[in-house]
Design a protein around this ligand. Structure first.
Ligand code: DC
Length: 225
């Protein structure tokens, strides 16, 4: 069997996007960062002053915005109508509002539909919150990455500082706790492990150790690695 579709889920800061990007590079698969899609919609809604509680308006904006993802060496590059918004979608303002936008069932249905179309077109490594449970329930390999909240906040803080958004560690711990709580308790496809997912606690592991573990699981499942 050749592995075609890998799902990587987990909470904010567990290392999903970094690990998914490297695993995809090593396998020659396409990496899709699904959080970036919810972030792009949030940015568009904020820029157009769309009411973030109005799911119909959000779905209409999604249909209009011509959202594209392009895998790159530093992660997915994200474009709205050809405009590169890769940096803006990581701003604290977008991070603050993205949980609300992604909690709406109609928004999720529309985004999941786009993701399923993408997964049909290519061999993919897709990372997010509901990939193994909703988007690709029949994925060939499902990974659930987790880590302590302190380590996740530390990783986010380094990532944000590099991107020019310095945020205090205490503030990040509080925000990540809040976002975890919101993402796990929302009604529409909350963050949870798929029953058949392999759980990896990345608290004390380096990125390359996590990547190697995932590649070993791929081999174990008969993938060509
Ligand atoms: O992974 P991230 O921080 O870029 O995700 C941004 C937000 O999008 C996060 O609050 C949860 C949400 N999200 C989701 O609900 N489902 C996904 N598949 C990916 C992200």
């Amino acid at each position: 069997m050749i592995l075609l579709r890998i799902a990587i889920d987990g909470p904010a800061g567990a290392g999903k996007s970094t690990v998914a990007r490297i695993v995809a590079q090593k396998l020659g698969y396409t990496h899709i960062d699904t959080g970036a899609m919810y972030r792009a919609l949030t940015l568009e809604a904020l820029e157009r002053s769309i009411d973030l509680e109005n799911q119909d308006a959000l779905v209409a904006a999604l249909e209009d915005m011509d959202l594209t993802l392009q895998p790159g060496s530093a992660g997915n590059q994200v474009f709205i109508q050809g405009r590169d918004v890769t940096a803006q979608i990581r701003s604290p303002e977008v991070s603050e509002h993205v949980s609300l936008v992604s909690s709406h069932p109609k928004v999720r249905a529309a985004v999941v539909e786009m993701q399923q179309q993408m997964a049909k077109a290519d061999n993919v490594v897709m990372d997010g919150r509901d990939i193994g449970t909703v988007v690709m329930p029949d994925a060939d390999l499902k990974i659930y990455l987790d880590a302590s909240v302190e380590v996740r906040a530390m990783r986010r803080s380094m990532e944000l500082a590099k991107k020019g958004f310095p945020v205090s560690l205490e503030e990040l711990v509080a925000k990540i706790r809040q976002r975890d709580e919101f993402d796990s308790t929302r009604e529409a496809s909350p963050l949870r492990q798929a029953e058949d997912a392999v759980v990896i606690d990345t608290t004390n592991l380096s990125v390359s150790e996590v990547v190697d573990l995932i590649l070993a699981y791929c081999r174990g499942r008969g993938g060509h690695v």
